[in-house]
Design a protein around this ligand. Sequence first.
Ligand code: UDP
Ligand code: MG
Length: 307
Amino acid sequence: MLSVILPAYNEEKMIRKASAEIDRILSAEKIPYEIVFVNDGSQDHTWTEIERAAGENPNVTGVLFSRNFGKESAMLAGLAEASGDCCAVMDCDLQHPPETLVEMYRLWEQGYEVIEGVKRTRGKESALHRFSAGLFYKMLSKAVKIDMSRASDFKLLDRRAVDALLSLPERNVFFRALSSWIGFKTASVEFDVQERTEGESKWSTRSLIQYAIKNIVVFSTAALQCVTIAGVAVFVAAVILGIQTLVRYFSGHAVEGFTTVILLILIIGSLVMISLGIIGYYIGKIYEEVKGRPRYLISRKIERKGR
Ligand code: UDP
Ligand code: MG
C-alpha cells in the first residue's frame, strides 16, 4: 500500500480537492493507497474538512497537531502515522502534481527505495524569491555537499528508508536533505511545479531567510568554518600590518597611523561579534536538541476502522 502524506496548514479549500484528485488518479491506476493529512495547527476549518474527507473516503485519515509545528515536523508525523509499504510526501496545495505519484510508484515497484521529485521548472515566483532561493540552494549545496538546487519535498520513500529517517534522533530536521543523506537506492523523477489554485503560500521573505539560515546550521558546520577562515584572513592582515608598523618604528616615523587603529578596532570588533553570533546560533540549536522535546504534539487523530 502507498501512503500519501499531506501536511496542511490553513488549507481548508484544498483538503477535499487534493484527496479527490489523488483518489481519482490512484484508483484509475489500481494503486492501493491511504491518505494521511497532517493538520499543522491551522486556524481555519482545515480539520473539519479533513474529517469530512475521511467521512467520504475510508482511505483518508488525519492527525491534528496541538499547534503549528512547521512543515518539517508535519511531514515526519505523517511518516510516523503512515502504515504503507512506501510513503509519499507532497504538498496539499497540489503544486506537486499527483500524476507524478504514479511514476514514482512504478519506480518503487522496480526496486528503488528513495524516489526524489526534482523540479524541472519552479512555477510562478517573484524575481526576488527566485534569486534568494537560488542563493540559498547554492550555499546549501556547498555546505552539505549534495546538489540541492532542484530538490523539493516531493518524495516517495520505501518503508526501510522511512524507518531509517524516523530513527534519526535529531529535533531540527531538514527533510529535503536528510532523504539524500540516508542513502538507499535512489532514483529521481522530474516534475513541473504547478500553480497554487487556492489560498496563498505560507512563506514570507523573512520566514524564508530564517528557514535558510536554520537549515544551513542544522545540516552543516560550514558557518563555523567561516569563523575560522575570517580569523585566518585577519591574522594575515595582522602580520602584514605588524611588519609595516615595526619598520616604521625602527625608521623613526612611529606616531602616525591613528586612522589605521580606528579601522582595526572597528573591523576586528565586528568580526568578533559576528563570530560570536554564529557560534551562539549553533549553541542555541544544541540547546534545543539537548532539551529533547518532542518534534510535535498530537491533539487528535481520526480513528481508522479495522486497524
Ligand atoms: N505547511 C505546513 N506547515 C507550515 C507551513 C506550510 O504544513 O507551517 C504546508 C502547506 O499546507 C503546504 C506545504 O506545507 O501543503 C507547502 O506550503 P506552501 O504552499 O505555503 O509553500 P510553497 O509551495 O510556497 O513553498
Ligand atoms: Mg505551495
